[in-house]
Write a protein that binds this ligand. Structure first.
Ligand code: 6PG
Length: 489
């Protein structure tokens, strides 16, 4: 057969299959391949029946069907499987061809793989693809990075199949996909997306927890609240699915959500985000709490035991329910602003560290549609970066500054009442603690530096001397005069 296919997709799990069908809908000829080859025939006979999708039963056959430069997209499990396929593909592709990894790969692996594939004369793209099954089929958010030379060859396909949103500035329909940057930039941005996704989910869960235990509301009542919230500034995919989840009944007619075991799973992208933040010294406290909250939830047996030793008091909040619902919405909104502020601080630090030229407004646009964290809120972030492309911190944008100020009373009220009543609100409260720390001109770190200098001669700077001059005090009179070097990790 003559080479007539535009792209090959390897991996026929749910994301792979749906991306192929999406590409086919947009007029591209796709070759499908899977390690267990019988899956190819199964796919062609069922989901892909009546389409232009081609099947390959070997990598050689697949390569022979592709127009040059060949574009091969891996939709396989992140990790060793990606390295194994790269090795095999290098045997059937040739210089100038493009290998694309569309899984949730660790950005450091993508940096390494880009260098490796480029050293063989081919090009590499590591791309985030978000939106789950439906996104893959109808329009995901796509965040590609890697070899810049590969982008023009992949752009028409990716931008055609991506979700579209209206650009607030131009009014044009823009694809939720654009070039992110070199090496691991695409996967870094996807990882941060997932970290923020963890944060958004945890915030929603805390709002639910307060409404359930603090206000004694039923899932049906909370369904109405989320329905209303989805009409306003919180309008987003995650609020929308929460609304629907709360209305869902089990076979016996009772709310399904109440029957679901309260232990959360995780596949690691939230953890990676926090690890990277530690490496870069950026306080993404909300995402960290969201990851740890999943870890606490997983300790089910220990929690059941501890609950016997420390039985809860009355968690009910006194006062007007509607007023509380309003306060909770504001606490959620303010915390969400903090979470995105932190996420953007992380990306800015990573860009500097890894030498990426990230377009922050462009990222907001990519996340505005198609992905799991899509929301009207991201439209506001896009506007903030459009107004000021070099905006250092989201919190200082006039829109978000005003929004935080209008929420702060409710936020404090909700956090303090939840703390008094024993309802855990780690994300709400860490967001507030970050806010209070970040807006503090003077923190108690003067004392901390004194402690470090006391026991380890770690030195300190003084408020009455220029920055960069370091001092050591012989606090006890018995220490020596030698100070330890001052360096910051
Ligand atoms: C997406 C999602 C997706 C991932 C979920 C699940 O953007 O479409 O982020 O990549 O499947 O985030 O992750 P956890 O299992 O870690 O919750």
């Amino acid at each position: 057969m003559e080479p007539r296919a535009d792209i090959a997709v390897i991996g026929l799990a749910v994301m792979g299959q749906n991306l192929i069908l999406n590409m086919n809908d947009h007029g591209f000829t796709v070759v499908a391949y899977n390690r267990t080859v019988s899956k190819v025939d199964e796919f062609l006979a069922n989901e892909a029946k009546g389409t232009n999708i081609l099947g390959a039963h070997s990598l050689q056959e697949m390569a022979g069907l592709l127009k040059k430069p060949r574009r091969v997209m891996l939709m396989v499990k992140a990790g060793q499987a990606v390295d194994d396929f790269i090795e095999q593909l290098l045997g059937v592709l040739e210089p100038g061809d493009i290998i694309i990894d569309g899984g949730n790969s660790l950005f450091e692996d993508t940096i390494r793989r880009t260098q490796y594939v480029e050293s063989k004369g081919l090009f590499y793209i590591g791309t985030g693809v978000s939106g789950g099954e439906e996104g893959a089929r109808r329009g995901p958010s796509i965040m590609p990075g890697g070899s810049p030379a590969a982008w023009p060859h992949v752009k028409p396909i990716f931008q055609a199949i991506a979700a579209k949103v209206t650009d607030p500035k131009t009014g044009a329909q823009e694809p939720c996909c654009d070039w992110v940057g070199e090496g691991g930039a695409g996967h870094y941005v996807k990882m941060t997306h997932n970290g923020i996704e963890y944060g958004d989910m945890q915030l929603i869960c805390e709002a639910y927890h307060i409404m359930k235990d603090g206000l004694g509301m039923t899932p049906d009542e909370m369904h109405e609240v989320f329905k209303e919230w989805n009409e306003g500034e919180l309008k987003s995919y995650l609020i929308e699915i929460t609304r629907d989840i709360l209305a869902k009944k089990d076979d016996d007619g009772t709310p399904l959500v109440d029957k679901i075991l309260d232990t959360a799973g995780q596949k690691g992208t939230g953890k990676w985000t926090v690890i990277s933040s530690q490496e870069l010294g950026i306080p993404i406290t909300l995402i960290a709490e969201a990851v740890y909250s999943r870890c606490v939830s997983a300790l089910k047996d220990q929690r059941v035991e501890a609950a016997k030793h420390f039985p809860p008091g009355d968690p009910r909040f006194a006062g007007d329910r509607q007023q509380w619902i309003n306060d909770i919405r504001k606490a959620l909104y303010a915390s969400k602003i903090i979470s995105y502020t932190q996420g953007y601080m992380l990306m800015r630090a990573a860009a500097q560290h890894y030498g990426w030229n990230l377009n922050y407004g462009g990222i907001a646009l990519m996340w505005r549609g198609g992905c799991i964290i899509r929301s009207v809120f991201l439209g506001e972030i896009k506007k903030a970066f459009d107004k000021n492309p070099s905006l250092e911190n989201l919190l200082l944008d006039p829109f978000f500054k005003k929004a935080i100020k209008s929420c702060v009373r409710s936020w404090r009220k909700v956090v303090s009442t939840a703390v008094r009543k024993g309802i855990p609100v780690p994300a709400f409260s860490t967001a507030l603690a970050f806010f209070d720390g970040f807006r503090s001109e003077r923190l108690p770190a003067n004392l901390l530096q004194a402690q470090r200098d006391y026991f380890g001669a770690h030195t300190y700077e003084r408020v009455d001397r220029p920055r960069g001059e370091f001092f050591h005090t012989n606090w006890t009179g018995t220490g020596g005069r030698v100070a330890s070097g001052s360096y910051t990790v």
